[in-house]
Design a protein around this ligand. Sequence first.
Ligand SMILES: [Zn+2]
Length: 114
Amino acid sequence: MNTDRFRDLLLDERQRVASAIEHLQTENAGSMDEEMPETGMADTATVTVDRELDYSLEESSAQVLAAIDAALSRIDAGSYGICGRCDNPIGEERLEAKPYAILCIDCQRLEERG
Ligand SMILES: [Zn+2]
């Protein structure tokens, strides 16, 4: 497998996710002053929902970032593209779609089912 190509993909993705996180953090910090809700309950609720959405976005972006870093160290360790659960190859097609995948599609489905 050509891991150099996937390393490039991962580094691109890392850049993208890192700047998305930065953007979200800047947005949250900048909006604190403006959003002091003094009007009715409806406005307050809207602000809360917006914030929660941002926070969960930020949280899942942070998870993606961690997964990307894990995948990059797997490239260095020579274990990239091998499922972390069943030791079978993850499959290049799946890695192209999601270069930071750590589980093969079968194991991923098992995990999601719980
Ligand atoms: Zn597996």
